[in-house]
Write a protein of this length. Structure first.
Length: 270
């Protein structure tokens, strides 16, 4: 880690614009310097207009740009399909499941076509489109206000509908996920809804490809219940997964066939 003050400050700005790592204590541990040194760095960066100070740290002046759903659909396609295949195999006929908005949950909806008879409730346009012609799946939409960037419904109407439902399984997407803070998103309305969604399921799964693990691109968070499952692809680095395992969070590594290769097991067939 850079000890030179100029190099360290450049690295702090880089971290702020990519991972969101800007807390004084986090940065102190990351660079191996004292908290007072980091505070001086942040003060100088603020004076230079490179960062904006916040309570306990700083944030990037130019936020990490949020990609639209259209942009994200083609990213890490094979990894998302592997994750979706594993997730689909967890479902049994007659279950009621909740699908979040997003490209990976949209891939899961695609896998459910022609599968067992289910009730699928969703906040996402992609899932609605994927399942609109399915005769086996009963499809419900929570409603609310459509957020164009994510193609998902948010707001008080969606939250009110959640209060009146429970689900066998809840599948959530994320822009980033950490063991400490849960799901990271660009919009606090999204994280509020995801937090409520997680409370309503008997089993909660966060579906993210490996590049999103440990990322902090934004400053809105959805805490998760104590027992949940992280489902990612087999390229995930064990060092990134270690914090989740330390908190007794189940970790699934899905291969291209939808098998969990983290423990050498093959899930049940659909």
């Amino acid at each position: 880690m850079p000890r030179d003050s100029k190099l360290r400050r450049e690295a702090i700005v880089q971290l702020a614009t990519t991972t969101g790592l800007t807390g004084v204590d986090e940065l102190s541990a990351h660079f191996g310097v004292t908290a007072s040194t980091i505070r001086r760095d942040l003060a100088q960066l603020e004076r230079a207009g490179a960062l904006a100070r916040t309570y306990g740290g700083a944030m990037a002046i130019v936020a990490h740009p949020e990609a639209s759903l259209r942009q994200r659909v083609g990213e890490e396609f094979e990894a998302k399909r592997a994750i979706a295949r594993w997730a689909a195999r967890q479902l049994s006929a007659g279950e009621t499941v909740l699908l979040d908005a997003g490209s990976t949950t949209g891939a899961l909806a695609h896998e459910l076509r022609g599968g067992p008879a289910l009730t699928v409730v969703t906040t996402g346009m992609t899932a609605l489109q994927e399942l609109s012609a399915s005769e086996e799946v009963t499809v419900e939409c929570l409603g609310g206000v459509l957020r164009p960037k994510s193609q998902g419904f948010i707001g008080p109407l969606a939250e009110a509908a959640l209060e009146r439902r429970t689900f066998d399984r809840v599948f959530l997407g994320a822009d980033g996920v950490t063991a400490e803070d849960g799901i990271c998103e660009a919009d606090i309305r999204q994280t509020r809804l995801k937090e409520l969604m997680a409370r309503r399921g008997d089993h909660v799964y966060v579906l993210v490809h490996a590049a999103k693990i440990g990322r902090r691109p934004f400053h809105a968070w959805a805490p998760l219940p104590p027992k949940w499952t992280l489902v990612t692809d087999e390229t995930a680095d064990e060092s990134d997964l270690k914090p989740f395992r330390a908190k007794d969070i189940r970790v699934v590594l899905a291969d291209e066939h939808g098998n969990d290769v983290s423990q050498g097991t093959t899930p049940k067939n659909r």
